[in-house]
Structures are given as structure tokens and as C-alpha cells.
Write a protein that binds this ligand. Structure first.
Ligand code: XMP
Length: 516
């Protein structure tokens, strides 16, 4: 089954991923490639249309990101957005100049040519979001103006060449009719069928995995989170018992998580799951360690060692292990090839990073084309329980990055109890699904309290709850006082070892979501 696609060439705009999402929401697959992608790579997607994104550069910059100008000659419909419009103008012989008046923010655009298929069904004037310093002043031959603001040109077209472009950003929320414009391009102009549904994705992915793996054996490290679970279920659907999943208890999971996840994935979803309780090994490695990065690295190292031992054992049983499943998502794929370059490392993330190199296994990444919410949609279509799909993210190094100072079995047990109360109260208040993450943090601070007539001298626990789209930025949640009150009262009463509760009111940036 062929998959129709729209290729987006990324000139480095912070909104590029949004363009992809707006198209995918219409059940049309879209791929984001760096603007430097070769013509062959672009054509390998068999695109039905091409979008040139915005970007921070000016066409005059010496280091303006280059793109192969031949994309404008493929005979495929092209839509330029912001910098994309300037790139088209500059490349085809028009003139781009610094604008007399820079336009940032809200603007009104008048549509000059109502016959432009891009604007079909739109009113004569639309509200848009602008963000540009340069402006096209002279159009290339064959182009005409299609839209205009009070200050500058807002749209151009050359229908014979199938090229359309707008100076504003139809992909952002602040352009309310943007989705209609994108639909016009995708369906009206490119002729998309809109058949990239979860069912289509599952069918093509399962077929591709089957073909790739043949009779080989595959292993998957499960974390109990959404991504690795959906990836495992997809691979399981493709090759059944040729997949073995390994779920490692690293000693810093949440309360009852090891047994619950095992039950969910093995009993409910029928995965061939090997639970490995390696808590003692991990806690031994963490003894005496207080530095956050050293903790993260110790857990990462130990995880690879445990997983390696299991893989060897599985290999002995099944003859060979040829493939490793990873739950890589599309934002990571885009990020690693982005013209902006990989972002700076603030914390070393531990998932199964480093495993493939060490174990010389080939990778299966069934989710590498998907955004997180799309993974959930696929999971639902696969019949997976909401308990797994709706789970808030949980970091690979687990509670270790929420226990400040040394991680000991005793401190893990204290935090597990407090965390369980936070999560259950958030759920009871009906807030769990609306919040990106909500959890407890155990601080290395003891303070004096009073309980009954007794003096106490015990630990402090912080509650953290944040809203976020993708974990990159976050706002603390103004939890209702009633909910905070119940959490605080239950924690100090029910958790031995904690006598004080504080609420973290730091956004990201400047804070991070996890405390370490
Ligand atoms: P920070 O603390 O960097 O976290 O603001 C951003 C998001 O990433 C999660 N996180 C991790 N996830 N392995 C993961 O899989 C990790 O090592 C890791 N560290 C942080 C964090 O929970 C938040 O959602």
C-alpha cells in the first residue's frame, strides 16, 4: 500500500514541526527533511507536494541555509511559508529586501486574488501571525501578488509553475483560518486522499517489520511507558513469539510498578515478557553517589550491563538475537538532522542509548515517523489499555533523579509512598490526564516538626506538577488548594519519615522538570 506524502524542507523555523502536525491531522503523511536534503532523498518519499518552511535567516546571510533550487522545477506543487516565500522569490530572480517595517505578531491580510486555490473558502480579509524582517519587493517573472497587509506583500503565486507562497504562518494557532489554508494546499492543490489513518499506519508498519525481520529474533527493552509499549505491541503484532521483551526493575521504579507493568503487558497484551529484578545491582552502584550526572551515568551503565546479560541468555535459548526495538520518536529524528544542529545537553538522558553500538544489533524503530500524540492514537487502535496510553512520562533513571542526595533502599521506599499519594490525589481530582507530569521529590533537607506531643526531625518532600507540550518547556500547575491540602496532610500522616511538604512553583526554563 503506497503512502502519499508531503515533504517539508526545514529552513530552521521553530514552527516546522507544527506544519507537519497540521498536515498529519488531516490524515496525510508529512516528512520533515533538512533544507539541505538531496533531490534523491526528497524524491525517495514520492511526495505529492513540497512545503518550504520558515527560518531565522535572511536570504542575504552568507550562511543562509541552502536548498536545491531544482525542487522548484520538479513540477510538484510547492508552498512557501515565510522564509520559504523569500527563498522562492530570491531563487527565481525576484528581489527580497529588508522590510521598511518589520512585522511580528498579529496582522490583517487582504486577499487580492480570490481565485487562488490556496485561499478557497476564506473571507476577503483574514487574521494571521507574522514574523519576518525581510520582504519580497519584486516578484520573479510569472508570479503575481495574491495577498497583502497594510505594510507588505503577504502572498504570491505562479499557478503555471504550481508555486504558491505566503509571508505569514498558517501553521500556528494565532492564524485561526490557517488549517483551512493548509487543507486547501494538501487536498485542493496536491490532491491528497487523506488515507494515512492509524489503521493504514499499523498495516504498513507491521508488513514492513515482518519483511525486515524475516525469521530473525528481536528483543525490546520495555520501560512501561507509552513509547516502548506501543513499539513492542506493533512488533509483536508483526512477528509474535520472535519478539522477547525485557523489563528491568532498576530499583527506582514507582510503587508496585514492576508487578503492574508486568501484568499489563504480559497478561493483558500477551507479550512474551521477561521481568528482571535487578534492584539490588542498581542500588549497589548508586551507593554513596550524590552527583546528579554520576547517578544518571551509573544507571545507564548498569542498565546496559543487565540488558546485555539478558540478551546473552535469550540468545542461548533462541539461537540468535538480531534486532533491537527502540521507541525513537519523530522529534528526535528531526532534531538529530536539523539545520539548527542538535540542542545542547542539559542532562544526559538514559533510555536504551548506547545499547545498539555495544551489542552490534540492528535497530527496529517502528515509531520514528510519529509524534507522541500519534503514538497514543496508534496504541488505541491496537486496543491497548488507557492505563498504559494515558500514562504521564517517567524518566529512565526513575526516582533516582527525584531523590536528592544518596539513593538508598530506605529513601526509595519513602519517596514511593509519597509519590503514590500525589498521583492518586491528582487522579481523584480528575486532573491526571490534563497534566504533563505530577510527582513527589525527596529533598536532602530535614526539619523540625511536631506530631501529637512529640518533636519530629524528618525529611522534606516537594510536590511538582507541570503542564507541557513536549517536555522542552513547562509551566507549574496552579493546583487547587484543596488538592494540595489533601496531599500534604496525607503525606505527613501516612508516610513515615516525612514531616514537611512544599510545592515547587518553578517553570521551565529556568528550572527543569526533574530536580536532577
Ligand atoms: P527535564 O528534567 O530535562 O525533563 O526538564 C524533561 C522531560 O524529560 C524527562 N526525562 C527523561 N526521560 N530519560 C527519559 O526517558 C531520562 O533520562 C530523562 N530525564 C528527564 C522528564 O521526566 C521530563 O518529562
Amino acid at each position: 500500500m503506497d503512502t502519499q506524502s508531503i515533504v517539508i524542507l526545514d529552513f530552521g523555523s521553530q514552527y516546522t514541526q507544527l506544519i507537519a502536525r497540521r498536515i498529519r491531522e488531516q490524515n496525510v503523511f508529512s516528512a520533515v527533511l533538512p533544507c539541505t536534503a538531496s533531490l534523491e532523498e526528497i524524491q525517495s518519499y514520492g511526495p505529492i507536494g513540497i512545503i518550504l518552511s520558515g527560518g531565522p535567516s535572511s536570504v542575504f546571510d552568507a550562511d543562509a541555509p541552502p536548498a536545491d533550487a531544482r525542487v522548484l522545477e520538479l513540477g510538484l506543487p510547492v508552498l512557501g511559508i515565510c522564509y520559504g516565500l523569500q527563498f522562492i522569490t530570491h531563487t527565481l530572480g525576484g528581489k527580497v529586501l529588508p522590510a521598511d517595517k518589520r512585522e511580528y505578531g498579529h496582522a490583517e491580510v487582504d486577499i487580492l486574488d480570490a481565485t487562488t486555490p490556496l485561499f478557497a473558502g476564506l473571507p476577503a480579509s483574514i487574521h494571521v501571525w507574522m514574523s519576518h524582517g525581510d520582504s519580497a519587493q519584486e516578484l520573479p517573472a510569472g508570479f503575481h501578488r495574491t495577498a497583502q497587509t497594510a505594510h507588505a506583500l503577504a502572498g504570491i503565486a505562479n499557478p503555471d509553475k504550481k508555486i504558491w507562497a505566503v509571508q505569514f504562518h498558517p501553521e500556528v494557532h494565532h492564524t485561526p483560518l490557517g488549517p483551512q489554508l493548509i487543507r486547501n494546499f494538501v487536498f485542493g492543490i496536491c490532491g491528497a486522499k487523506g488515507d494515512w489513518t492509524p489503521a493504514h499506519f499499523i498495516e504498513t508498519t507491521v508488513a514492513a517489520i515482518r519483511e525486515k525481520v524475516g525469521s530473525g529474533h528481536v528483543i525490546c527493552g520495555l520501560s512501561g511507558g507509552v513509547d516502548s509499549s506501543v513499539a513492542a505491541v506493533l512488533v509483536h503484532k508483526a512477528i509474535g513469539s520472535q519478539l522477547t521483551c525485557v523489563f528491568v526493575n532498576n530499583g527506582v521504579l514507582r510503587k508496585n510498578e514492576f508487578t503492574q507493568v508486568t501484568k499489563n503487558l504480559r497478561d493483558k497484551l500477551g507479550l512474551n515478557l521477561v521481568p528482571v529484578d535487578a534492584s539490588e545491582r542498581f542500588l549497589r552502584e548508586l551507593a554513596g553517589v550524590t552527583d546528579p550526572e554520576t547517578k544518571r551515568k551509573a544507571i545507564g551503565r548498569e542498565f546496559i550491563a543487565v540488558f546485555d546479560d539478558e540478551a546473552k541468555r535469550i540468545e542461548q535459548e533462541s539461537g540468535s538475537v538480531d534486532w533491537l526495538v527502540q521507541g525513537t520518536l519523530y522529534p528526535d529524528v528531526i532534531e538529530s538532522s536539523s539545520v539548527r544542529g542538535p540542542s545542547q545537553t542539559i542532562k544526559s538522558h538514559h533510555n536504551v542509548g548506547g545499547l545498539p553500538e555495544k551489542m552490534k544489533m540492528k535497530l527496529i524503530e517502528p515509531l520514528r515517523d510519529l509524534f507522541k500524540d500519534e503514538v497514543r492514537r496508534i496504541g488505541r487502535d491496537l486496543g491497548m489499555p488507557e492505563e498504559i496510553l494515558g500514562r504521564q512520562p517517567f524518566p529512565g533513571p526513575g526516582l533516582a533523579v527525584r531523590i536528592l542526595g544518596e539513593v538508598t533502599a530506605e529513601r526509595v521506599a519513602i519517596l514511593q509512598e509519597a509519590d503514590e499519594i500525589v498521583v492518586s490525589e491528582i487522579k481523584a481530582a480528575g486532573l491526571y490526564g490534563q497534566i504533563w507530569q505530577s510527582f513527589a521529590v525527596l529533598l536532602p533537607v530535614r526539619s523540625v516538626g511536631v506530631m501529637g506531643d512529640q518533636r519530629t526531625y524528618a525529611n522534606t518532600c516537594a510536590i511538582r506538577a507541570v503542564h507541557s507540550e513536549d517536555g522542552m518547556t513547562a509551566d507549574w500547575v496552579p493546583l487547587p488548594y484543596e488538592v494540595l491540602k489533601r496531599m500534604s496532610s496525607r503525606i505527613v500522616n501516612e508516610v513515615r519519615g516525612i514531616n514537611r511538604v512544599v510545592y515547587d512553583i518553578t517553570s521551565k526554563p529556568p528550572g527543569t522538570i526533574e530536580w536532577e
